[in-house]
Ligand binder design. Structure first.
Ligand SMILES: [Cu+2]
Length: 350
């Protein structure tokens, strides 16, 4: 009798499990389909864009809008580590490129200008875009030229964008990537602090043109053996005076992306546990996660409350990358000690 009930229970839970899965996937598709019919109102406005680790203001409760996103592609010298210059290729002069923040139903006109001083054509493939190449062919821009296309954001999530001009690994390897967030209707839940962090792997060799300058090394890239693995395009971008900050009692949300071009990140904050992770930047939220996978060309949103003051180390937990190649940063949490949660005791030496 008992066994019969157990079997019946198992059958029912399997049946409901399958039904649940089905309705979830259908839900995702139908919400994207429904988003096509959301009316974006008002005159077009220029979108607020920010450089890492800052993010634009949350969308909150606003309706869908018409937005203009202006991006410029550049080839420029910057510092990769310890005063060492490197020829970066960028969106809006920074690595990663500007953070773009939308809501579902927004209608975006994306203007891409390739600076006249560029040597090569550039373009943009936004993973948030439904359409051929994510916009890559539509935005292919020769030096000095500007292109434009429009799209409607129909799937919520945190997405990577990158240059897709050939050779693509070289354009990405030089820093041509960034994040675009599409918030759901009503916005993401409010938190106290939000930051933009993007990992990338860099392959370098001495420039033949200028002494001391480093440039992209294709052989190392093909072998997937980077010299640097960095957060926000520079060794120490999140260390010293550049640490990100929070106070005890605050909730922190990190928008974490990985430009690659090659390595998958094992993103971890030493001494913290992620209360929430939007897995792969999508709509499934997992809880109590120690380390989350951020694939090349992918993202994750992590959230945690800061209960104890101190310095928390952000790493790619493939730790040689953190301690030998630069994938390390810090979050500084200030405020009252919280001995109920953490209490360090000094013992005598006897
Ligand atoms: Cu490019």
């Amino acid at each position: 009798m008992k066994i019969k009930y157990l079997a019946l229970g198992a059958c029912l839970s399997i049946a409901f499990g399958i039904a649940g899965c089905k309705s979830n996937s259908e839900q995702g598709k139908s919400s994207a389909t429904a988003a096509i019919d959301i009316v974006a109102s008002g005159n077009p406005e220029v979108a607020e864009l920010t450089g890492a680790p800052k993010v634009p203001a949350p969308v909150g409760n606003r309706g869908a809008k018409k937005l203009i996103v202006n991006l410029v592609t550049t080839e420029m010298e910057g510092i990769i580590a310890d005063s060492i210059p490197y020829t970066f290729w960028t969106f809006n002069h920074t690595v990663p490129g500007s953070f773009i923040r939308l809501r579902v139903g927004d209608e975006v006109t994306l203007n891409l200008k390739n600076e006249a001083s560029s040597v090569l054509p550039h373009n943009i493939d936004l993973h948030a875009v439904t359409g051929p190449g994510g916009g890559a062919a539509a935005t292919s821009s020769a030096p000095g030229k500007e292109t434009s296309f429009s799209f409607k954001a129909i799937n919520p999530g945190l997405y990577v964008y990158h240059c897709a001009a050939p050779p693509v690994p070289m354009h990405i390897g030089n820093g041509m990537y960034g994040l675009i967030l599409v918030e759901p209707e009503g916005g993401l839940p409010k938190v106290d602090r939000e930051y933009y962090i993007m990992q990338g792997d860099f392959y370098t060799k001495a420039s033949a043109i200028k002494k001391g300058l480093l440039e992209f090394d294709n052989e190392k890239a093909v072998a997937e053996k980077p010299d640097y693995v960095l957060f926000n395009g520079k060794k120490g971008a999140l260390l010293g005076n550049n640490m990100i900050e929070a106070k005890v009692g605050e909730t922190v949300r990190l928008f974490v992306g990985n430009g690659g071009p090659n390595l998958t990140s094992s993103f971890h904050v030493i001494g913290e546990i992620f209360d929430n992770v939007y897995l792969e930047g999508g709509s499934t939220i997992s809880h109590n996660i120690q380390t989350t996978v951020v694939p090349a060309g992918g993202a994750a949103i992590v959230e945690f409350k800061c209960e104890v003051p101190g310095e928390y180390v952000l790493v790619d937990h493939a730790l040689s990358r953190a301690f030998n190649k630069g994938a390390i940063g810090k979050l500084k949490v200030t405020g009252e000690a919280n001995p109920k949660v953490f209490n360090a005791k000094t013992l005598s030496n006897h």
